[in-house]
Ligand binder design. Structure first.
Ligand SMILES: Cc1ncc(COP(=O)(O)O)c(C=O)c1O
Length: 388
């Protein structure tokens, strides 16, 4: 029998998810409303310790609704980091607006606040004030929130936190996703907890979340008949999916603990190697949920080991790994978008890899992953690669 495939970030289901789903069946709440939806929204807001929450069908839907509520329209521009998944920017285009991409900073890999502010100043000179700033906490690492909150406040531009990957991460003890005007989470199958597909929109403003719930339910007004004065969306989470989410929320603390332990396990191993950089918390103000552990290979020391070669070797050993997000300004679909920055995100993409990071990784799995690196090292032309 072949070895079991080690996946990048598989779902990790506990025992209570089924209980909540069964309750939904027993009570016949098989709909996009119901007690699990209410309970899941409360679980998230209790966990965050602040904010109002709308449970939605995806993180992308949550970003989209935040832009709709902010009134983003054709001709507007919205700032977004280039190093992210397309879903961070696609809703800008849904609204007919223009994404303005910003390069990463070296330490957290998140959007560089200096470049972000420079971009705003240049756009203001052109009389093109950005209508929103989307920041992403990439791979779970909090962005420099003090800077982004200052920028948002100084220029009076709403801040949307794309915390799809960062549920449980904090910055100066404030939860990622609950510091901006809006925050979003994803419960896609690969996230730290899952509803098998889902998302949430968070805001300190109760009225905005009420509006989100209304827009997410086809903007149906409170009448006995179907009354609609504006266009809405079918973006609510189902009561079944929310049941999975409720069970998963009970395990979130344990899942964060496991992902952070994975990071430490990798860190111990890679500290023996020269030329391998890990994404690390710049100070005690940053607390990452370590959703994915990543490494970046120094191109001089690891010159004969490219990312395609490394992912191929991993694949051969039955291990799933992924290159970093391809910067959005380099994606064909965004080729006409404006970009502020140089090649930091591009270098991360060319030299970075995401390693298996599931909360159910076992020591045997780590050994299989480490063996790939040790084998590659033996074959490498790099003269001195071990620190030892
Ligand atoms: C940074 C980021 N933003 C947005 C999303 C979109 O979330 P969803 O897949 O739930 O629509 C994801 C992941 O899927 C993501 O990683």
């Amino acid at each position: 029998m072949g070895l079991k495939k080690i996946l990048l970030s598989p779902p990790h289901i506990g025992s209570n998810e089924k209980k909540y789903i069964e309750e939904a069946f027993t009570s016949n709440w098989i709909a996009p409303i119901g007690p699990n939806v209410d309970g899941f929204e409360k679980d998230i807001s209790d966990f965050l310790g602040c904010g109002h929450v709308a449970a939605l069908s995806s993180g992308t839907a949550a970003i989209h609704l935040s832009l709709v509520i902010l009134g983003i329209k054709p001709g507007d521009c919205v700032i977004c980091p280039t190093l992210s998944f397309t879903a961070s920017a696609a809703p800008i285009v849904y609204q007919g607006a223009e994404p303005i991409f910003i390069d990463s900073e070296e330490d957290t890999y998140n959007m560089c606040p200096i470049l972000c502010e420079a971009a705003i100043q240049e756009l203001l000179l052109e009389n093109k004030k950005p209508k929103a700033i989307i920041i992403v906490h990439i791979y779970g690492m909090p962005a420099h929130m003090a800077d982004f909150l200052r920028i948002s406040h100084t220029y009076n531009i709403p801040l949307i936190e794309d915390a799809a990957e960062a549920l449980g991460s904090t910055y100066r003890n404030f939860p990622c996703g609950a510091m901006g005007d809006f925050g979003i989470f994803s419960f896609n199958g690969n996230k730290i907890i899952t509803t098998g597909g889902g998302g949430a929109l968070v805001s300190p403003d109760k009225n905005l979340i009420q509006r989100a719930r209304y827009l997410a339910s086809h903007a149906r007004e409170q009448q006995a008949y179907y009354q609609h004065s504006e266009i809405g969306y079918n973006y609510r989470l189902s009561n079944i999916s929310a049941g999975i989410g409720r069970g998963q929320m009970e395990l979130l603390g344990a899942r964060i603990h496991s992902r952070r332990a994975n990071y430490k396990r990798y860190h111990n191993f890679f500290s023996d190697f020269k030329g391998i950089k890990m994404q690390s918390e710049p100070s005690s103000a940053y607390y990452s949920n370590c959703w994915l552990t990543t490494i970046v290979l120094d191109p001089v020391i690891w010159d004969d080991i490219t990312i395609p070669k490394l992912t191929f070797e991993m694949e051969q050993a039955g291990i799933e790994s992924r290159p970093f997000w391809k910067p959005l300004h380099l994606q064909p679909v965004y080729r006409h978008a404006r970009y502020f920055g140089s090649d930091i995100a591009q270098n991360l993409f060319e030299r970075g890899i995401c390693l298996p990071s599931g909360s159910n990784l076992k020591e045997d799995d780590f050994q299989r992953i480490f063996d790939v690196f040790l084998r590659l090292l033996k074959r490498s032309k790099a003269p001195v690669t071990l620190n030892r």
